[in-house]
Design a protein around this ligand. Structure first.
Ligand SMILES: NC(=O)c1ccc[n+]([C@@H]2O[C@H](COP(=O)([O-])OP(=O)(O)OC[C@H]3O[C@@H](n4cnc5c(N)ncnc54)[C@H](OP(=O)(O)O)[C@@H]3O)[C@@H](O)[C@H]2O)c1
Length: 482
């Protein structure tokens, strides 16, 4: 058996695990043990990166023996059954006080279940969301760990050493207990879906409304990236739009099949929001928009359906583009507000203490939604930690005030000219729903009471009532059957 020379280990050496192991090894004071189910990946990694001085292991027993106590191992394997298999194997060779970290994209309820089961053995289990893709894993991801306070004592310095740094601060914080880290990572991905969809809608409107080529629209995005929209996603949008296809000479975006894929974390965000009763409509529209795009057979048979009477005709391209920019910014504020709302609701439901301002801060670097704008969110929660709706913070009120006319013009223009803008439209509808003094929910309550005696409350007195619809239609006091 090898001697215990490593302070951290990585199990699973596909693209994410090998990059994370290299990142760990590059930081002062770390010696990294590595293990993969099939030996070839371990051999390849160790041979390709002698500078990392990895400690390779070829069985779980060897892996455990090569780690100093408390043993700390990060699992980076295919989420699901693979994660369970590795946890089973590690709990067989680890001891109470050791720490198992799952850095994969696990569903937070799985993490809650695993944490409970592993805790019973005396071993600590930490579900940690890791964002930033393969490059982030290598150079510095944004890390969202859950788990116990005890494990954070050992894990904190290690994760701080490998995380991205934004404005001098490492992009990692102890999010909360058990599944809190994976919950926050899930919502991060949901926001990412919304942000990408909004950018795609902005591109589509400019492409259809002006004579600009993708390369010229790339310039628009590059310009936007110098202002309040500055973010990684805007930056890479410009890169993608500027790319020419080598085979055809066409803009690459024109030869890519228009059917968006998804790995499921957006759907989890929406399913969870539905369970929690949180209206994340912008995120949901983004998930559904990808889903619609991926039904070519339905799109083919629908192509000749009637549409708008007139195509989009823009007289002043610059003014139109500025309207699109403002509509994008306002809709983006809504998407983030909804995402943070879901985190707050999740924290309440699962008894986590989550500092929303700290979450905004750790998303400023390393992750896909990294953006300047997150500083404003962090400021908003620092000023008012229990802010009920993020978009009511003064900075966002100001931005939404500036965007009002443009946002409404763009949504109306899209509808009038038959251009789908589901995320723009639903964000505006959410916004107007929130600020409405009276909602037609009153009518819905009346309907529910009519067909199901579901009862209602009145605006002018307390208690609960039912109208005897099938009788003489008088109102009686009733038990609340909401
Ligand atoms: N790719 C990304 O951008 C990204 C970003 C964030 C998070 N993640 C998450 O990070 C994790 C790793 O992602 P990845 O793309 O590097 O790899 P992956 O393709 O998701 O998984 C491949 C790895 O899992 C191992 N594995 C699968 N089943 C196993 C089992 N039953 N027992 C032991 N090992 C098993 C494989 O071992 P073998 O070599 O033996 O097959 C291989 O090392 C995933 O949870 C993923 O969702 C990925």
């Amino acid at each position: 058996m090898p001697e215990a020379s490593a302070n951290i280990g990585v199990v699973g050496l596909a693209v994410m695990g090998s990059n994370l192991a290299r990142n760990l090894a590059s930081r002062e004071g770390n010696t990294v043990a590595v293990f993969n189910r099939s030996r070839s990946k371990t051999d390849e990694l160790v041979a390709a990166h002698p500078e990392a001085e990895f400690v390779p292991a070829f069985s779980y027993e060897e892996f455990a023996a090569s780690l100093q106590k408390p043993r700390t191992a990060i699992i980076m394997v295919k989420a699901g059954a693979g994660t369970d298999a590795v946890i089973d194997a590690l709990t067989g060779v680890f001891e109470p006080g050791d720490i198992i970290v799952d850095g994969g994209n696990a569903l937070f309820t799985d993490t809650i279940r695993r944490e409970k089961a592993v805790r019973a053995t005396g071993i600590n289990f930490v579900g940690a969301g890791i964002s930033g893709g393969e490059e982030g894993a290598l150079t510095g991801p944004s890390i969202m760990p859950g788990g116990s306070d005890e494990s954070w004592v050992t894990l904190g310095p290690i994760l701080r050493s490998i995380a991205a740094v934004a404005e001098g601060e490492p992009c990692v914080t102890h999010v909360g207990h058990d599944g809190a880290g994976h919950f926050v990572k899930m919502v991060h991905n949901g926001i990412e879906y919304a942000d990408m969809q909004l950018i795609a809608e902005a591109y589509d409107l400019i492409r259809r409304g002006t004579s600009k080529t993708p390369a010229e629209i790339a310039d628009v995005f590059a310009e936007w990236n110098r202002g309040e929209l500055e973010s990684y996603l805007i930056e890479i949008t410009a890169e993608v739009l500027r790319q020419t296809d080598a085979a055809t000479g066409l803009p690459l975006v024109d030869v890519i099949l228009d059917q968006a894929g998804a790995k499921g974390t957006g759907a989890w965000t929406v399913q969870t929001a539905l369970n929690l009763g949180v209206p994340v409509s912008g995120i949901a529209e983004a998930v559904f928009a990808r889903s619609l795009s991926s039904h070519p057979e339905q799109r083919a048979v629908s192509r000749d359906l009637p549409g708008a009477e007139e195509d989009l005709e823009v007289e002043d391209a610059d003014a139109f583009i500025e309207d699109v920019r403002l509509a994008l910014y306002a809709s983006k504020i809504v998407a983030y507000s909804q995402g943070f709302d879901e985190i707050r609701a999740g924290a309440a439901a699962y008894d986590w203490t989550i500092d929303l301002g700290a979450i905004a801060k750790i998303w400023r670097g390393g992750c896909i939604i990294r953006a300047q704008f997150l500083n404003r969110i962090s400021d908003a929660y620092q000023t008012t930690p229990d802010l009920p709706v993020l978009l009511t913070a003064p900075y966002f009120v100001d931005a939404l005030t500036r965007a009002q006319g443009a946002w409404r013009r763009i949504v109306a223009t899209a509808a009038a000219s038959g251009i789908p803008a589901p995320a723009f439209s639903s964000s505006l509808a959410y916004y107007d729903g929130l600020r409405a003094e009276r909602l037609p929910a009153a009518l819905i309550q009346g309907q529910r009471d009519f067909f199901g005696a579901h009862t209602y409350q009145r605006t002018d007195k307390p208690r609960t009532f039912h109208t005897q619809w099938s009788g003489d239609r008088t109102e009686v006091e009733a038990e609340d059957t909401h």
